[in-house]
Design a protein around this ligand. Structure first.
Ligand SMILES: Nc1ncnc2c1ncn2[C@@H]1O[C@H](COP(=O)(O)OP(=O)(O)O)[C@@H](O)[C@H]1O
Ligand SMILES: [Mg+2]
Length: 248
């Protein structure tokens, strides 16, 4: 774990009726850490993201951020979902402004941050386009820019690139890392994609199937930018494949 202390603590059991989805799931995340939560479809990744966001009450236990129960009114939480949730009546620039407007960031500072993020995600020239005029990858760039524009306590990314073609996905992964390296925000990135987790994470938390516990927590110490053909990458992929089970 990186220096900076524990930022987020998760210790929850989550049930929906009789279904135990998370079974005393416990982990912590350090400030500015980039953690991937890896698990098969249906194991409860989105549930974990919703609990971290304070959008879902814990059936048992708690999620705390800086020692306080996760609460969207007290913490600055930013999301990027699989379907980019842009406001269709707002331009690229005005979508990126949303979080800053909510925070009432003063105009000059707001304009500076928006311009900075537009530059960082490579959307210069597209500021006045509307969501319907841009591709899926560009929409996700807008969502990413919006998330990183505010100084969030925690950025939650729930399979944000699952709907993109492979090449676009690789480009977006590299971009997210570039921005995270500049901004150093705490990121929890949920995915079912082994390579994506290895490429991105400082640490991978591998989940079991329901009732879901932690199968393993692995530090990824491969040099960046990571190379899919690196022997260490291939070895880790094999190890994760084994951890996830034969049906993977
Ligand atoms: N609000 C809900 N009510 C009932 N069951 C739910 C609810 N949300 C999720 N589930 C169930 O919890 C399990 C985990 O769902 P989810 O967190 O979406 O998994 P993942 O994101 O890993 O695919 C699934 O079996 C799903 O059907
Ligand atoms: Mg999900």
């Amino acid at each position: 774990m990186r220096a900076g202390g524990e930022k987020v603590l998760v210790d929850v059991t989550q049930r929906f009726g009789d279904l135990v989805v998370l079974d005393r799931l416990r982990f912590s995340i350090a400030a500015n850490e980039f953690v991937c939560v890896l698990g098969k479809s249906g194991c409860g990744k989105t549930t974990v993201a919703n609990l971290l966001a304070g959008l879902l009450p814990c059936s048992e236990g708690a999620v705390t951020i800086d020692g306080v129960s996760a609460d969207p009114r007290r913490h600055e939480l930013a999301f990027v979902f699989q379907e980019p949730s842009l406001w269709p009546w707002r331009t690229v620039r005005d979508n990126i402004r949303i979080g800053l407007e909510i925070k009432r960031v003063p105009a000059p500072e707001l304009e500076r941050r928006v311009a900075d993020m537009i530059e960082l995600v490579g959307l210069r020239g597209f500021e006045t386009y509307y969501p319907y005029q841009i591709s899926g990858g560009m929409k996700q760039r807008v969502a990413i820019a919006r998330a990183f524009a505010v100084d969030a306590d925690l950025i939650l990314m729930d399979e944000p690139f699952a709907a993109l073609d492979e090449q676009t996905r690789h480009g977006m992964q590299a971009e997210v890392l570039r921005i995270w390296e500049r901004k150093k925000t705490t990121v929890v990135f949920v995915t079912h994609n082994l390579e994506e987790a290895i490429y991105l994470a400082e640490r991978i938390i591998v989940l079991t199937e329901k009732p879901t516990r932690i199968k393993a927590s692995l530090d990824v110490e491969l040099p960046r930018p990571r190379d899919y053909a690196h022997p260490g990458f291939i070895a880790l992929r094999k190890r994760l494949g084994e951890l996830m089970g034969s049906a993977w």
